[in-house]
Design a binder for this molecule. Structure first.
Ligand code: BGC
Length: 375
């Protein structure tokens, strides 16, 4: 059976199986990789739903797939960061070559790719460059992160974990700047994570890696797979019916850190009522799909000023976040390895994957598309 690519086409909401592009031999400084696993993500579903994929220049489709575990097959001369046989996780975002006006300006800024403005970066499988739903592809070693032995089965989760890791790290840094570096070390924040998708579970992992107390808020009934998985991380689960969003004493019953992973304005507004003084809310969940607006955002702004709150939008990750994600998986493996593995709720072959690009099982978290064996 020949492996197909999964592609998004302008004007079409349905994913398509297409013949993969041929990969050439690696030139000097390049690496030839084979995709082992691909993660299906909410972003893939939104790209398809919007039917306006950012197709690479001169092409008619975008090859999807940005969460990837890959194996190095060959390296060009001068490459010594990786070698054939290594398992790697590729970075999603990379700077453009500087050919656009924005790209040139961004180069002058010398920012990290995750901090670059629109137009100054590409994202493989999302923005103007093909993704990894390909049997073989070429990359540069600086965009590949080594996967240590022992976490092969869960390393596909590195990219979504790195996105949550950036959110948590930025919150830590902001609070260290505002409150002093010892504040969250001596008084670990109480954390509320809203949502039960992959980014929410990734956020739980990043907080548990720091030993923080975590509560997850969701709509699932108490005795369901995902609610139990939350408990598997030694975190508390609260169901939508039982959480009071306006406690009598927010300093005692509230949270110093809210990681908002639903992208839902109602949940975000409600969770804002749970921020303790100097609390910080990080928005990780966002939806490109139009949604009904029902709340007075001015009220949040006022509370933010009076309560010294910080609302922080974060996207993508810094190289150090990718590295931290991989380190967390290694460090937590003995304690939570089996629980983390349960986040992978489905494994399919490319030819059976299309349904997952438009749908999610009610208790599903992460679907993996298998392109090659782990060994
Ligand atoms: C990816 C990020 C990316 C973001 C915006 C997410 O699904 O994990 O790497 O920056 O989408 O395109």
């Amino acid at each position: 059976m020949s492996l197909k690519s999964i592609a998004a086409t302008p004007g079409n909401q349905q994913p398509q199986l297409v013949d993969p592009l041929d990969a050439r031999q690696p030139q000097d400084g390049e690496v030839l990789c084979e995709t082992v696993y691909l993660g299906v993500c909410g972003t893939d579903r939104e790209i398809l739903h919007a039917a306006t994929p950012h197709v690479p220049e001169g092409e008619s489709q975008l090859v999807l797939g940005h969460e990837c575990l890959a194996r190095v097959l060959e390296v060009g001369s001068g490459v010594d960061l990786v070698k054939p046989g290594d398992l790697v996780v590729p970075a999603v975002r990379r700077p453009t070559t500087g050919s656009t006006t924005e790209g040139i300006e961004a180069f002058k800024l010398n920012r990290r790719p995750d901090m670059m403005p629109w137009g100054a970066y590409v994202e493989r499988g999302i923005v103007w460059e093909h993704g990894f739903s390909l049997p073989h592809w070429i990359d540069r070693p600086e965009f590949l992160y080594q996967v240590p032995a022992g976490i092969e089965e869960i390393a596909i989760l590195s990219e979504p974990i790195s996105v949550s890791e950036k959110a948590v790290r930025e919150a830590e840094q902001a609070q260290a700047a505002r409150l002093g570096t010892s504040e969250w070390i001596e008084n670990p924040p109480r954390v509320l994570v809203t949502g039960m998708g992959p980014i929410a579970f990734a956020a739980v992992i990043c907080c548990r890696a720091r030993g923080w107390n975590v509560t997850v808020y969701g709509r699932d009934a108490e005795d369901t797979f995902r609610a139990n998985l939350v408990r598997g991380f030694d975190a508390q689960y609260v169901n939508a019916d039982t959480l009071s969003f306006s406690p009598d004493n927010v300093e005692q019953e509230g949270y110093e850190l809210v990681l908002e992973c639903t992208g839902n304005d109602r949940v975000m507004m409600q969770a804002a009522g749970l921020l303790a003084g100097c609390g910080i809310m990080v928005w990780l969940g966002a939806s490109r799909l139009p949604q009904v607006r029902e709340f007075d955002v001015n009220q949040i702004m006022r509370n933010a000023i009076l309560g010294n709150h910080l609302y922080l939008g974060t996207v993508n990750n810094a190289p150090q976040d990718m590295q931290s994600a991989i380190n967390h998986l290694s460090n937590l493996y003995s304690q939570y390895g089996e629980t983390i593995a349960q986040m992978i709720t489905e494994q399919v072959d490319p030819s059976d994957s299309l349904w997952h690009y438009s749908n999610r099982e009610p208790q599903g978290i992460k679907t993996i598309v298998r392109y090659a064996g782990l060994t």
